[in-house]
Structures are given as structure tokens and as C-alpha cells.
Design a binder for this molecule. Structure first.
Ligand SMILES: [Zn+2]
Length: 279
């Protein structure tokens, strides 16, 4: 079965993207909405600011009636960009100095202050807010000194996000090509395995279970999924059956069809054109 994703244009050239710079009109250019659940497989620490002292505390936010763990979208985007640059073997472009001339910049956007060129990101991530309630659980730990002349380990405390914590993961890709969707799904899977933790000891590796891909701007928010209990899989399934917003409903991907596509597109780059035409 051929899905609407497989019928998207193969890929955009940078020159085509510069023809529509700046703000993108989502309804005119087209957009797809991906909804999934990210589950932490190991401890993570998502700090929003580095404080002084010996306590490191993961970020939290009050949302839909509870305190919850808070995982900033730009941290996910940063790891994903690094993975994409490596996997697509892009030269002359880095996370810190995006070239605005490669396929990764074409998808994730960026600003180059030397050439003064900019592209808007066509991947729109929402901040990740946990299904599970935040729990203040201070863990007492010690760091062994790097310097062999110092014999005392340094004590410190951490409040981490425990493994098993789930986060609705809502992503929109504007003006999507087959390459864009494939590169995103592929890089997401690799980033999940590498982890998003701030410190190497706290790997923060994750898994993503994709529940639906909508052809259009589905009006789905973390608030919709987090209000009324914690069974977000069931709620997403209900949304997939009757998606709100300007969506081509007949094209909605869910269940076995979606799982098969994700399996195929995350196991090799050939399926979505990541092997040909490297910059
Ligand atoms: Zn680039």
C-alpha cells in the first residue's frame, strides 16, 4: 500500500526553499502533523539553567493541573541536528555555525551570521511535558576526582527524570518532502539511542512510539493529550479516527500501516532517498 507520505515530492533544493523564506504559510505550503510518545529508557537530567551549588535539578512545569517534568524542544532539536549532520555526512556545516546551504539546514533552518543568510526551520517541535507527575526525589551522589592528588570525592545531589517517564511528542513538518520526513524519523531514532541527557552518566536515552501522522495541521496539543488521565495512546487513537483541524482525513496514518512505514524508514536511508545526492 502506498501512503501519502510516499507520494510527497522527493526533496527540495535549497534554491527552492529560498524562494519562500521567512515565515511559512502552513496552510498554503502544506504541513504534516506527527504524534507519538517518547519514553525515557534511562535517567535523564534536563536542566533549563545551570545554577551554582551542588544540587542539579531537572526542569519542571505546572501544566494541565499537575507539576510535570519539562523537556525543552530545542534540546531535542540540537541532538537531532548533530545526528543528521553525521548520518548524512554533511561537510562544512556544524550545530554552532550552520551553513544555510545543505539539506540539514534546508530542513532545520538556521542563521549564518557571516553570510547573513537565514532559513526558518520547517520542523516545529513542541516542548515535551510528561504524562507522569513530577516527584522531588533528591539523590545523593559522589563524583570521583579526576586529579589523583585529590583523595576526597565530591558529594552532590540530583533530581532526575526517572526511566519509564512518558512525554507526548508532537511535531509538525512544513512543506514536507519524502526526504524531510525520512530524515526526521531516521535521525529521531538514532538520537533516541544516543540519549538527550545533559551529562554522559545520565544518558537519557529514549524510545519513540509513533501513533499517528496527519496530512494537514491537526489541532492536537500536549494539553489535549494530558488532560483526563494518562492513557494518551487511547486518546491519540480517538484523534486519529476524527482529527480536528484542516486535515485530509482519508490520508491519516495509524496502526499497522504507520508502524510498517516507520520500521522501513528508520532501518535504512534508501527508503526515503537519504543515500543519493549527498551534498
Ligand atoms: Zn548546513
Amino acid at each position: 500500500m502506498t501512503t501519502f507520505i510516499e507520494q510527497l515530492p522527493a526533496r527540495w533544493e535549497i534554491s527552492q526553499l529560498f524562494a519562500t523564506p521567512g515565515r511559512i504559510n502552513m496552510l498554503r505550503e502544506g504541513v504534516i502533523t506527527l504524534v507519538g510518545v517518547k519514553r525515557l529508557e534511562s535517567e535523564a537530567l534536563f536542566v533549563s539553567s545551570e545554577g551554582g551549588g551542588t544540587l542539579r535539578e531537572t526542569a519542571k512545569v505546572t501544566f494541565a493541573g499537575k507539576e510535570r517534568y519539562w523537556w525543552l524542544a530545542r534540546k531535542v532539536a540540537g541532538v537531532m541536528r548533530r545526528v543528521m549532520l553525521a548520518e548524512l555526512n554533511v561537510q562544512g556545516c556544524t550545530v554552532d555555525v550552520p551553513c544555510i546551504n545543505c539539506m540539514v539546514c534546508g530542513l532545520l533552518g538556521g542563521l549564518n551570521t557571516t553570510t547573513n543568510q537565514a532559513l526558518a526551520s520547517r520542523v516545529k517541535l513542541q516542548d515535551l511535558i510528561s504524562v507522569e507527575e513530577y516527584e522531588y526525589d533528591e539523590k545523593f551522589r559522589v563524583r570521583q576526582p579526576d586529579d589523583p592528588n585529590i583523595t576526597h570525592p565530591t558529594p552532590f545531589q540530583e533530581v532526575i527524570v526517572p526511566p519509564g517517564t512518558r512525554f507526548p511528542f508532537i511535531v509538525r513538518i512544513v512543506k514536507p518532502s519524502r526526504f524531510d520526513v525520512g530524515a526526521f524519523l531516521y535521525a529521531n531514532r538514532i538520537a533516541d539511542g544516543l540519549g538527550y541527557g545533559n551529562y554522559s552518566k545520565l544518558r537519557g536515552d529514549a524510545s519513540t512510539h509513533w501513533l499517528a501522522i496527519f496530512d494537514g495541521f491537526a489541532h492536537v496539543s500536549a494539553c489535549d493529550l494530558l488532560t483526563d488521565g494518562d492513557d494518551i495512546e487511547v486518546r491519540t487513537k480517538a484523534l486519529a479516527d476524527a482529527p480536528p483541524g484542516p486535515v485530509n482525513k482519508a490520508n491519516t496514518l495509524a496502526g499497522e500501516t504507520l508502524e510498517e512505514l516507520v520500521r522501513e524508514w528508520t532501518s535504512g536511508k534508501e527508503a526515503w532517498g537519504g543515500e543519493s545526492g549527498s551534498a
